[in-house]
Structure formats: C-alpha cells, structure tokens
Design a protein around this ligand. Structure first.
Ligand code: DAT
Ligand code: MG
Length: 148
C-alpha cells in the first residue's frame, strides 16, 4: 500500500494543530504507520528541501523549519500521496480552499502549517530521511474492511 511523508511544521505545532491534522487523516481512512515529535537539524532541513536550494526563500525556509519542534508522520493508504496533497490545499494558504488544512488555518506561504510529499519518489526519499525502517510499523486495522 502507498505511503507518504507528512509533517506538521513548527507553526502548526505551536498553534496546537497536531490533533486536528491527525484526526483528518484518521477520519479519512488512512493508517498511521509512524510518527514522532522532533527538531530538525540544519543538515536535515537542507537535505529535505534540497530541490529549493537555489530559490531566494531557501535560507528563510531552513530557518523556519528548524525553529521549533515538528510532528513527522508516515501515513498509508490507497492514493495517499495525492489525496493528502488535496487535503493540505495549495502551497499558498491565500489560494488554498476552505476545507483544506492550509485553507482553514494558514495565512502566509512562509507559515503554511504542513508539509506533504508531492510524488512517489519524494515520499520514498523523505520517509527514508526522517524514519528508520523499524520506526515504520506494519500492522492490520480492523476498519480496513469497512474502508476498502
Ligand atoms: P509545498 O510545501 O506545497 O510542496 P513547495 O515544495 O513549492 O510547496 O515549497 C516548499 C515550501 O517552501 C512551502 O511549503 C513554503 C515555502 N515556499 C514556497 N514558495 C515560497 C515563496 N514564494 N516564498 C516563501 N516561501 C515559499
Ligand atoms: Mg514541496
């Protein structure tokens, strides 16, 4: 089953949104495969956001993501990568629709609450950056028969 990497950013943690965000993915029917509260080192932040290295906001982005604890998560389910991106809403919260996480809670692109992998390749790369293999739990949930 497909897995993605999601992360409540430092602003989401400070604004007490971990529970709400976890609830949304649980209620949708996705399965939590791993989670941890952690602080990101500059080195990890630079690796995670490597694709944006040349962008003018890269320095700010690394500073922000390392500025406080984040809640890193692995979620599993059919089409979870694309569906989680839809549930997050557009990168810029001013363009994100109501009902999405960024649309409901975000105000600026620099503090947009949540990260989510944008493709199968980035999901695999990011999950490996943030989780050891043994931190991703493979288990059955009874509700699967009522979801699929
Ligand atoms: P996403 O997080 O939706 O995948 P992205 O990968 O294009 O978006 O950018 C990564 C993060 O960088 C994004 O969540 C917030 C920040 N960012 C993107 N564009 C920005 C901009 N124009 N100014 C400031 N920060 C920006
Ligand atoms: Mg991205």
């Amino acid at each position: 089953m497909e897995k993605t990497f999601l992360m409540v950013k430092p602003d989401g943690v400070q604004r007490n949104l971990i529970g709400d965000i976890v609830s949304r993915f649980e209620a949708k029917g996705f399965k939590l495969a791993g989670a941890k509260l952690m602080t990101i080192s500059t080195e990890l932040a630079e690796k995670h956001y490597a694709e944006h290295k040349e962008r003018p906001f890269f320095g700010e982005l690394v500073e922000f993501i390392t500025s406080g604890p984040v809640f890193a998560m692995a979620w599993e389910g059919e089409n979870v990568i694309a569906t989680a991106r839809e549930m997050m809403g557009k990168t810029n919260p001013t363009e994100a629709l109501p009902g999405t996480i960024r649309g409901d809670y975000g105000m600026t692109v620099g503090k947009n609450i949540i990260h989510g992998s944008d493709s199968a390749e980035s999901a695999e790369r990011e999950l490996a950056l943030f989780f050891k293999a043994e931190e991703l739990i493979d288990y059955m949930k009874q509700d699967a028969t009522w979801i699929y």
